[in-house]
Design a protein around this ligand. Structure first.
Ligand code: HEC
Ligand code: HEC
Ligand code: HEC
Ligand code: HEC
Ligand code: HEC
Ligand code: HEC
Ligand code: HEC
Ligand code: HEC
Ligand code: HEC
Length: 287
């Protein structure tokens, strides 16, 4: 059975967290014999009446200001199987180190994976999850969306001109696994398959393709950039990463043309002729 010191400590932590104590408290009273009416100043053992919650004063009075009730308790915590994780007896020592501790019950998603998220590999589960409970987020998460990630990563939206909608919306998990995968950068799928989850596959049926079109990330950043259309560079420079200026100048079709904005005439991805010319930009076809 549980040591009262630990119970008092954890209840108190829960009761004070985030100002949502009412819901949490109700939950705690459900599975603990006695939850103190208020947090004591110390973690000293506290004596509490066992049926305080049954008093008529605690009726179902709800105001509209009350946040929507959400509670998820980690089953071993709710079931008071504290010693599934903690050493028996006084103190908060752990039975094992994380992640081994967690993999006593959860499928080991780490050892077989080729790419592991550093904090996960280090067993720092609690940088993202509360091991006990959450009265705010699903999956025991401490934060959701990009806020969770930007706790450790630089916010790449701050100075950006174009922002990729799913990333800006904090849907990082549309493309990344938070723990581990077999692919570099923890992506759920390789590019371009990843992109076709949301964009129409414009390569599939194309007659001619730009040689490098499948490497979307050489021209686009998946999150945000200082250029339009998530481009890694301004177009006038981007194309010259791979094409030689002298070659381009020598092309017949470029004579007398302002060739800085290549995409005025060329589609950067695919085309109906080998020069990837946009409709109406092919002098040969209009003859
Ligand atoms: C699924 C595993 C797990 C279970 C079950 C569990 N704990 Fe914990 N607990 C942890 C982890 C992990 C920490 C964080 C340890 C650290 O900071 O290194 C922790 C920390 C604590 C702390 C320190 C204060 C805090 O909240 O960080 C207390 C007190 C505590 N647990 C009490 C309990 C009690 C009481 C129970 C049973 C009702 C319980 N725990 C059940 C994993 C668990
Ligand atoms: C960088 C943050 C982060 C770290 C560190 C982390 N997780 Fe997670 N974990 C998440 C997110 C985000 C989800 C929600 C995934 C989803 O909703 O698809 C999640 C989900 C889970 C789930 C639920 C899986 C499911 O499919 O429902 C388990 C179990 C889990 N994590 C265990 C762990 C363990 C064990 C560790 C430590 C070894 C850990 N996590 C470390 C972010 C993290
Ligand atoms: C004693 C068994 C046990 C241990 C140890 C354990 N868990 Fe769990 N955990 C469960 C059970 C049971 C569930 C609920 C069933 C499920 O979703 O898999 C769960 C669910 C979860 C969820 C998903 C919650 C959701 O909303 O679906 C996360 C995240 C999680 N555990 C993280 C951890 C982490 C991190 C550790 C290690 C610190 C850990 N668990 C250790 C038994 C355990
Ligand atoms: C507790 C700190 C922490 C949190 C929270 C965190 N990360 Fe990381 N992440 C790291 C560290 C450390 C690295 C490795 C060093 C680096 O590349 O910056 C890393 C690396 C990565 C990488 C590159 C992996 C590789 O193979 O190069 C991706 C992708 C990533 N994180 C995505 C995420 C996403 C998505 C989230 C939110 C769900 C997130 N991170 C939350 C600490 C964190
Ligand atoms: C549309 C898909 C997509 C979304 C949404 C997305 N990412 Fe990425 N992310 C990628 C791809 C693809 C890469 C690899 C880029 C590369 O290899 O050049 C990556 C790389 C990363 C890296 C590693 C960067 C580096 O240079 O090593 C981090 C960190 C990262 N993402 C975090 C996040 C975070 C945080 C979010 C949510 C705010 C997010 N990502 C949303 C697709 C996405
Ligand atoms: C989770 C869904 C999703 C995924 C996955 C996704 N995108 Fe997007 N993307 C969008 C949405 C939504 C928009 C904004 C609406 C639109 O323009 O279609 C967008 C817009 C864009 C834009 C135009 C941005 C602008 O400023 O006009 C580019 C470029 C782009 N995505 C490239 C990619 C690439 C490259 C990948 C694969 C690495 C990818 N997307 C994966 C949802 C996604
Ligand atoms: C050689 C560089 C290059 C590669 C590789 C590339 N793109 Fe683009 N992409 C561009 C340029 C340049 C534009 C802007 C075109 C314009 O403004 O007319 C663009 C625009 C887009 C747009 C926005 C279209 C619109 O009308 O707003 C999407 C979506 C997109 N690319 C997705 C992808 C995907 C997905 C891949 C990989 C399959 C990819 N791109 C590969 C250069 C590239
Ligand atoms: C990452 C390298 C790379 C970038 C960036 C790039 N290209 Fe290409 N491009 C190639 C390669 C490789 C070919 C194949 C033909 C070759 O060897 O020149 C090609 C072929 C072409 C072709 C068709 C010619 C042929 O012989 O098939 C056109 C047109 C073209 N590129 C235009 C552009 C434009 C416009 C841009 C800028 C939006 C651009 N390219 C950016 C690598 C690139
Ligand atoms: C005014 C329209 C126009 C603009 C702007 C333009 N092109 Fe072209 N480009 C053409 C035409 C037309 C052809 C076909 C030429 C031919 O068949 O002789 C061509 C052919 C090409 C080829 C294939 C050359 C070969 O050797 O077969 C490449 C590569 C190319 N352009 C790249 C570029 C780049 C990079 C830019 C921007 C710096 C650019 N183009 C700007 C019209 C244009």
């Amino acid at each position: 059975m549980l040591v009262p010191v630990a119970v008092a400590a954890v209840c108190c932590a829960a009761l004070t967290a985030g100002g949502r104590s009412a819901t949490t408290r109700k939950w705690l009273t459900f599975f603990f014999d006695g939850v103190p009416a208020e947090c004591p100043a110390t973690n000293a053992i506290i004596a509490v009446p066992s049926s305080a919650e049954n008093s008529p004063a605690s009726g179902p009075v709800q105001t509209s200001a009350t946040p929507p009730p959400f509670y998820y308790g980690h089953p071993p915590f709710v079931d008071q199987k504290c010693t599934a994780c903690h050493e028996a007896g006084l103190g908060q020592g752990m039975r094992k180190k994380t992640p081994a501790l967690c993999f006593d019950c959860h499928k080991d998603f780490l050892s077989a994976a080729k790419v592991k998220h550093q904090p996960v590999e280090a067993g720092d589960c609690k940088s993202c999850h509360d091991p006990h409970q959450s009265d705010q987020n699903k999956k025991l998460l401490l934060k959701t969306g990009k806020a969770l990630c930007f706790d450790c990563h630089d916010d790449f939206f701050e100075k950006a001109k174009s922002k990729h909608q799913p990333a800006e919306n904090g849907d990082c998990l549309a493309c990344h696994n938070p723990h581990a995968t077999d692919r570099k950068k923890l992506v759920n799928k390789a590019t371009p398959a990843l992109c076709w989850d949301c964009h129409d596959n414009f390569i599939e049926k194309a007659k001619f393709k730009h040689d490098v079109v499948e490497d979307c990330n050489t021209c686009h950043n998946p999150h945000a950039t200082g250029e339009s259309k998530l481009l890694t560079k301004i177009i006038s420079k981007l194309c010259f990463d791979c094409h030689e200026e002298k070659d381009i100048k020598a092309v017949k079709g470029h004579a007398n043309a302002e060739i800085k904005s290549c995409v005025d005439c060329h589609d950067p991805h695919v085309g109906t002729d080998k020069n990837l010319l946009k409709p109406g930009k092919n002098p040969a076809a209009s003859k």
